[in-house]
Design a protein around this ligand. Structure first.
Ligand code: SF4
Length: 248
C-alpha cells in the first residue's frame, strides 16, 4: 500500500465530503434546521436498504416532523405510526430498514425524543458537548447502532446543525466502507471496528469521519460484491485493481 494511494483516497474523500456538505447546507436553507435534522436522521436510518433517492424524496414530501408532532399531540403515538407506515407502503421501492416493525420503532423513538425536548430534535442535539457522547446516545436508537450513529453525527456536523468537533467519532464500519479499505489493503481482512479505526487514524492525516462519505461512495457504487474496477474513480491507484485480483 503506497503513500500515493493514501493521498489520492484522501483527496477524493474530502471532495465527496465537501459535495455532501453543499447538499446538506442547501437542505437546511430550504427546510430549516429542525426539518433538516429530522430528515438527516431517518434518511441515515434508511441507508442500508439502498432505497432510491426518488422514493426517499416522495416519503419526505408527505412525512415531516411538524406533521408527526401535530398528529401525536391530537391523536397519540399510535396514529403517528399509522401515518408513517401508511405513507411508506404507498411508495414503490421504499424498502423499510428492519421491515415495517423496525421502521415503526425508529420513528416512535425519534418523535419521543423531539416531544421530550419541547418539540425539537435540534434542542436535543444541543445538549451534547462532545460528539462521541452524542454518537453513543444515537447508537441506542432502534436500528441505528455503531454503524449508522457516526453517519448521523457526520451529517449533522456537515449541515452545521451541530458544531461539535467530530475528530473523535469512530469510523463507521458500514459494509461498503470496509470493503474498500480491505480491497485496497489498507486494513487486514476481517478487521474489527477498533482495528480498522486505529489503522485509518495511523495512516491518514484526516479523521476517519472526513473519509467516510468518499469511502462509502466508492464501496456502494463501484466496489460492490462484484467490483466494477473498470469505472471506479480510484482504479488508477488501487493495488487490487492493478493486480487484477478484483476480477478473480
Ligand atoms: S478499483 Fe476495484 S477493487 Fe479497487 S476500490 Fe475500485 S472497485 Fe474496489
Amino acid at each position: 500500500m503506497s503513500q500515493a494511494l493514501i493521498d489520492e483516497l484522501t483527496r477524493f474523500c474530502l471532495m465527496k465530503t465537501d459535495e455532501y456538505r453543499m447538499e446538506l447546507l442547501d437542505m437546511v436553507d430550504r427546510l430549516g434546521s429542525e426539518e433538516a435534522a429530522f430528515q438527516i436522521c431517518w434518511r441515515t436510518y434508511q441507508w442500508p436498504t439502498g432505497t432510491p433517492e426518488h422514493a426517499l424524496d416522495e416519503f419526505a414530501r408527505m412525512i415531516s416532523l411538524e406533521r408527526l408532532l401535530e398528529i401525536n399531540q391530537k391523536h397519540g403515538i399510535s396514529r403517528v405510526e399509522e401515518a408513517v407506515v401508511g405513507v411508506a407502503r404507498t411508495i414503490p421501492r421504499f424498502n423499510p430498514h428492519g421491515g415495517f416493525a423496525g421502521l415503526l420503532r425508529f420513528f416512535r423513538e425519534l418523535v419521543s425524543i423531539a416531544v421530550n425536548n419541547g418539540g425539537s430534535l435540534v434542542k436535543y442535539f444541543a445538549k451534547f458537548t462532545d460528539a462521541k457522547i452524542l454518537e453513543n446516545d444515537l447508537s441506542k436508537l432502534p436500528g441505528i447502532g455503531p454503524v449508522l450513529a457516526p453517519g448521523i453525527v457526520r451529517e449533522l456536523r456537515l449541515a452545521d446543525i451541530i458544531k461539535l468537533d467530530i475528530k473523535n467519532v469512530n469510523l463507521s464500519p458500514a459494509d461498503p466502507v470496509m470493503r474498500v479499505l480491505e480491497r485496497t489493503h489498507i486494513i487486514p481482512k476481517d478487521a474489527t471496528l477498533e482495528e480498522a479505526d486505529k489503522v485509518v487514524r495511523m495512516k491518514f492525516k484526516v479523521p476517519p469521519m472526513a473519509l467516510d462519505a468518499g469511502l462509502w461512495h466508492i464501496g456502494f457504487y463501484y466496489c460492490r460484491e462484484k467490483p466494477e474496477c473498470d469505472i471506479c474513480p480510484i482504479m488508477h491507484i488501487c493495488p487490487k485493481c492493478m493486480e487484477g485480483e478484483a476480477h478473480g
